[in-house]
Design a protein around this ligand. Structure first.
Ligand code: 1GP
Length: 254
């Protein structure tokens, strides 16, 4: 089954997913990367996201290859720009940065990427990407040259997601930015959740199992964990247990 169909089906079933984000720029040790890949596999992680807002190295292909060599978990590109397209991945989040007003990230990069993607086998996942403020300026806010939605402007976020859905975007990704000081708050997640019927991805600053649980309860269909695993890959066990427990509960109620 295609990734988008899987996510839509899980959304209907109220089942949750977990993705591990690997920023190729932050992989300086291949043994550590292998360890993280194995921990992810042992904990039945659903997806790897690969990408970053600024990539200064050229090891994206190596990261994808390392994953593919060891495990059977789909790799989804999470590109900061149209330069971050690697055909060896399985899918790409085709992100339109709908919280911002930078035309290049709303449509410009997409025009450049479209012919390349057309000739690849990557599954295209049209995604409304929404940055939400989270304390200090994140790399993604700075690099994208956009203003994140203030974290207490719930209806602004809800209307933005709704417009994205009406434009035909199939997923909404609420992101506080990698390593965010504050994760997306529960009220923001639940307000956006209620405004759209497409699957909702939530990430940025989720660095404890309690925060992961809160995001799931508020309505995230998928949580994305990156930064905190660079320091402590074993945290993934704790966080994925929350997702597992949630899914077991859903199964039990069927
Ligand atoms: C960032 O949502 C992702 O774009 C994940 O955030 O790296 O803070 O986990 P973290």
């Amino acid at each position: 089954m295609k990734i988008l169909e899987t996510l839509q089906q899980r959304h209907r079933q109220r089942a949750k997913s977990i993705a591990v984000l690997i920023d190729p720029d932050k992989v300086d040790d291949s043994a550590k990367l292998k360890y993280l890949i194995n921990v992810a596999s042992e904990n039945c992680v659903d997806f790897f996201f690969v990408g970053g807002s600024l990539i200064t190295t050229s090891n994206m292909a190596e990261v994808i290859q390392s994953i593919k060599e060891d495990v059977n978990i789909p790799v989804v590109l999470f590109p900061g720009s149209s330069q971050q397209i690697d055909p060896s991945a399985d899918a790409i989040l085709f992100l339109s940065l709908i919280s911002g007003r930078n035309p290049d990230l709303l449509i410009g990069q997409h025009v450049q990427a479209a012919p390349i993607l057309k000739n690849s086998r990557l599954e295209i996942l049209p995604t409304g990407y929404m940055l939400v403020s989270s304390g200090r300026t994140t790399s993604v806010a700075y690099i994208s040259n956009t203003t994140p939605i203030p974290e207490d402007k719930y209806s602004l976020a809800a209307c933005t997601a709704l417009a994205g859905e009406m434009l035909g975007l199939r997923l909404i990704y609420l992101d506080a930015g990698s390593g965010a000081e504050r994760e997306i708050n529960a009220r923001m997640i639940s307000t956006v959740r209620k405004s759209v019927s497409v699957p909702l991805i939530v990430g940025g600053g989720i660095n404890t199992s309690q925060k992961a649980q809160a995001a799931l309860e508020a309505g995230a269909d998928m949580i994305v964990i990156g930064n905190s695993l660079e320091k402590n890959p074993d945290l993934l066990t704790e966080i994925s247990e929350k997702v597992y427990d949630w899914n077991q509960n859903v199964e039990a109620k069927k």
